[in-house]
Design a protein around this ligand. Sequence first.
Ligand SMILES: *Cc1c(COP(=O)(O)O)cnc(C)c1O
Length: 487
Amino acid sequence: MSDNRKNLGDIPTEEFRRVGYEIINRIADYLENIEHFPVLSQNRPGDLKKALPQSAPKQGEDFSEILADVEKLIFPAVTHWNHPNFHGLFSTSASAVGIFADMFASAFDMKAMLWRTAPASTELEQVTLEWLRQMLNLPPDFSGIIYDTASVSSLHAIAMARQKAAPQIREEGMNAQPRLKIYCSEQAHSSIEKAVILLGLGRKSLVKIPTDDQFRIQTDELQKAIVQDRNQGFLPFCVVATIGTTSTASVDNVEEIARICGRENCFLHVDAAYAGSAAIIPELQHHFKGWEMADTIVINPHKWLFTPFDLSILYVKDMPLLKQTFSLVPEYLKTSEGDVSEEVVNQMDYGIQLGRRFRSLKLWFAMRYFGQEGMINRIRENCRLAKLFANWIEESPNFQLLAPVHFALVCFRAWREGLSQDELNSINEKIMDKINASGKAYISHTKLNGNLALRLSVGSLRTEERHLKKVWELLNHYLSEELQASA
Ligand SMILES: *Cc1c(COP(=O)(O)O)cnc(C)c1O
């Protein structure tokens, strides 16, 4: 077999089959036994680098040696996002069918630039995003496009807003342009600010509006800021509203913001990267009131629709505007399909990338395998579990909620009468560090009005009530340990 490696060409088919079955078996074992892994990698920084050779091997190696190193070196360096007790940041999970789809996508290795270089990718994306649009109860004037992440989706949305407000920038750059202003809440995701940096608008053009006691943008402050900036000679051109902020999953009043945008002639981008998936749940519809008035909406199926990373969707009303913003066709990419059929979309015209990965396949697999009802049931169960956990917090004299629970994220802290903010922050930080170091669960934190808040997110296919009970026991155990230590 090692002789084959001296030949040219790829791995022989026989070996591909044998190794392929072996890998599928290994992944099945992994997913079956996921709970026995520590959630956070127990490696220290640098451990993996030190264990690897300084240069690539001169001669090829047998694949069994490579797999042995995956076992010995890679697995210990993995933080297990699929673990049912991964509750930090936003809890996500890869469905098995999503894993299968990524295998096909890699095997085809299509780059969707022109329709003719990837008809399956181009058309399946349109169909899948139309199916999802219906499930999300978005009106038919939205159509979607897939990017890798919400950060990149929002970058494209804000580029569209800039194109609409100041099309001359496409030719002239940022020199001698109107001084643009864009608005979001102080709870908006950092990707908005990064987009502003990258688009050359400058961080000073981003106005962060304060939020109310439920971490929602104060719409009267937004209105005031826009008027004030206009009076000072700026051009307000875009507002970013968030449905499901990253810290607390708070929900901006999109309906009111949309009215302001209409009045003030501003582009409205809605960041629903996390919570957007919950729009498929009938009883959660009220959180999405007004989002149909947005110009663009970003939703991440890789966060909460069981597709492996990465897959972010930008829903867009004015596709021709997106095309105006990015289309640039050099001679070697000119094709005739555009002339013969209206149907033809060349995806390279709708973003900064030329080639695109075949990402829609994993969403299509997941939608077909689970069905609309299966997806609704799974997200609804995540929300039910988060509410249940929130009830335990509310009923306990030792803990308190720090934000309303709208979806499947709980912000809370351990609390004791008579302790200062600093003391409470330090106790909560220690509890979190101990839980995370135990390997049994992973929770993360945020700061809310100076208070350290613990965040527990429920978003995995594999999380059950017993997993939350385990976290609840860990929290109570480490809290009493801390209180004893400080007594
Ligand atoms: C997670 C998140 C993002 C960033 O997502 P990426 O896909 O990792 O870029 C942006 N906005 C919100 C509200 C998020 O929750």
